[in-house]
Design a binder for this molecule. Structure first.
Ligand code: CA
Length: 226
């Protein structure tokens, strides 16, 4: 079903939820601290993160903000605190949904599936806008500042893949797998060449990037130019 990262410091809860989610067909990895959770969220690129707010090293809301700075992965927060103000604060900080403790693995699984359905819909069908750039995956049209961009099918796929993840660093490995459909092997150079073509069409250069920002040694991200 999905690759879920569970960030929870309580070993008993963690074990029970991992078992429950695995029984329902998910692949689950886990972290007992916020920092380990952040590391795994970047390294393993889970489909969804379940985040306990009461962690030993960082406040959960703080972790949520840090996670949002590097990833748009859907996040369900698990909190012992109930109440409207708390929920509004969490959703503002970037949570996609929340569960109030105590909850069962079945309840969590229902939330996981609902959140993934929602994000899948918004990622595949609707048009994406980043700054003055707009991409419509149904008509496969790309427009920059009102002017249509003349993109090859591969360039469109590449730009769209980055646009739906705007602000998120995407590795070249991931691009080869997801855009080129090369499950292993494949050359980073292929990605580099296409990125440079895309840059030219977007009217920018690697030296003076606007939308396409290279993150040295990690990958590339598409951002709204400041
Ligand atoms: Ca806890």
């Amino acid at each position: 079903m999905a690759n879920v990262l569970l960030v929870e410091d309580d070993a008993t809860i963690r074990t029970a939820l991992m078992r429950g989610l695995r029984d329902r067909g998910h692949a689950v990895s886990s972290a007992p601290t916020a920092l380990e959770g952040l590391r795994l969220a970047v390294a393993e690129r889970p489909d969804l993160v379940v985040l306990d707010l009461g962690l030993p090293d960082l406040d959960g809301t703080e972790m949520l903000r840090m996670l949002r700075a590097v990833s748009r992965v859907p996040v369900i927060v698990a909190t012992a605190r109930d109440g409207d103000t708390e929920m509004v604060r969490l959703l503002d900080a970037g949570a996609d949904d929340y569960v109030v403790k105590p909850f069962s693995a079945a309840q969590l699984d229902a939330r996981v599936r609902a959140v993934l359905r929602r994000t899948a819909d918004s990622r595949t069908d609707s048009s994406v806008t980043v700054g003055h750039l707009r991409l419509d995956p149904r008509s496969r049209e790309a427009v920059l500042g009102g002017a249509p961009l003349d993109l090859t099918p591969r360039e469109f796929d590449l730009l769209h893949y980055l646009a739906v993840r705007s602000g998120e660093v995407v590795t070249k490995r991931e691009l080869l797998t997801e855009v080129w459909q090369v499950p292993y092997g494949g050359a980073d150079k292929t990605v580099d060449v296409h990125l440079s073509w895309l840059r030219r069409k977007l009217g920018e250069t690697a030296q003076e990037p606007r939308y396409l920002q290279t993150v040295r040694g990690v990958g590339v991200k598409l951002v709204e130019p400041s």
